[in-house]
Design a binder for this molecule. Structure first.
Ligand code: AMP
Length: 313
């Protein structure tokens, strides 16, 4: 199986209470691809400037990521994001966003990118997400977005959401998008737009999965964030979650039954947890598959509830 992803490919400047980096590899499609690379063949699509060099390509290729659809624009500047977090690491404050070469990007997917089984439209301008969707009819597709696009490009974002199977966004963004303060109602409102599944990311509190809208097929599942004592930089946690989730689903043959969706939630949670342990891509770029499986088992152990005997008396 194979997975195509479009989304920002970036340099990030990030400050948290635990340190800062002035320029590091980042971007939604980068964090997504690194996480998904543990499970399947992943191909990011997008432009970079000539500030994006051998070092960045090598980091991606070392994880087996196919980089042929990353287009280098001579004389251009890569997407740049500057942000900071105060003591509440769940809230990212954006200080600067420069689209750079994304501003003029007209995606033309290679045959390999077009024929992927799974497509993920990671965070980027929704018109671009739609242009990529139009070229890639993948059987299973997902989408992420953020408050900036809900505020500035809502119609286009709504049209993009209508064209995918699964929406993966922050809980606050689902509320903002639908105008519903109750998360279950907001998820249902999204599913009435088209997607059959909604994943609400809740930062350190984990993620919730909603499927089905009818009395018979409605289902809910949630996992906490993996408990960590050292969190340094939450940037890319949501993208790493999505990479683990969609990467696992694609790599396991695209099986979308409830059990496999729940496993995918587990892998998403685990990949996000590794991502936040260090800045940017530092931790995930040297992660080993065995570490993922070990943490997945630990998470499975700590979230068992069905096996707990019914209350006495
Ligand atoms: P996350 O922390 O998972 O929500 O994603 C953080 C990543 O999103 C960073 O690496 C940024 O480069 C990227 N990013 C920030 N703002 C935007 C934006 N407006 N569009 C696309 N990507 C963005």
């Amino acid at each position: 199986m194979a997975l195509t992803v479009v989304g920002s490919i970036a340099f990030d400047a990030v400050r948290t209470p635990f340190g800062e980096r002035e320029r590091m590899l980042g971007g939604a499609a980068v964090h997504f691809s690194l996480a998904a690379s543990f499970f399947t063949e992943v191909r990011p699509v997008g432009p970079v400037g000539d500030d994006f060099g051998g070092e960045q390509f090598e980091l991606l290729e070392a994880r087996g990521i196919a980089t042929e659809d990353i287009e280098r624009v001579a004389g251009g500047q890569s997407f740049f994001w500057r942000g900071h977090y105060d003591f509440d690491l769940n809230v990212a404050h954006t200080d600067d966003t420069q689209l750079g070469v994304f501003g003029e990007f007209e995606p033309k997917l290679s045959d390999a990118a077009k024929s992927a089984d799974t497509l993920f439209l990671a965070n980027i301008q929704p018109d671009l997400q739609r242009q990529v969707r139009a070229q890639c009819p993948a059987g299973f597709s997902g989408l992420d977005s953020m408050n900036l696009w809900i505020e500035t490009a809502k119609d286009s974002l709504t049209a993009a959401i209508e064209e995918v199977d699964c929406l993966v966004v922050n809980d606050a963004e689902i509320r903002m998008l639908t105008g519903e303060s109750n998360l279950a109602r907001a998820a249902r409102a999204v599913m009435e737009m088209g997607p059959q599944a909604v994943v609400a990311k809740r930062g350190e509190y984990g993620a919730a999965l909603f499927t089905g809208t009818g009395a018979e097929d409605q289902s809910f599942f949630a996992l906490p964030g993996f408990p960590l004592e050292d969190v340094r930089d939450p940037t890319g946690a949501g993208d790493s979650f999505a990479g683990g989730f969609f990467g696992y689903l694609d790599g396991s043959g695209g099986d979308l039954d409830e059990a496999n969706l729940r496993r995918a939630m587990g892998y998403g949670t685990v990949l996000a947890s590794f991502n936040v342990e260090e800045f940017g891509t530092e931790r995930v770029s040297r992660l080993q598959r065995e570490e993922i499986d070990e943490r997945f088992e630990a998470l499975r152990g700590m979230t068992q509830f069905e096996g707990v005997p019914a209350p006495r008396g």
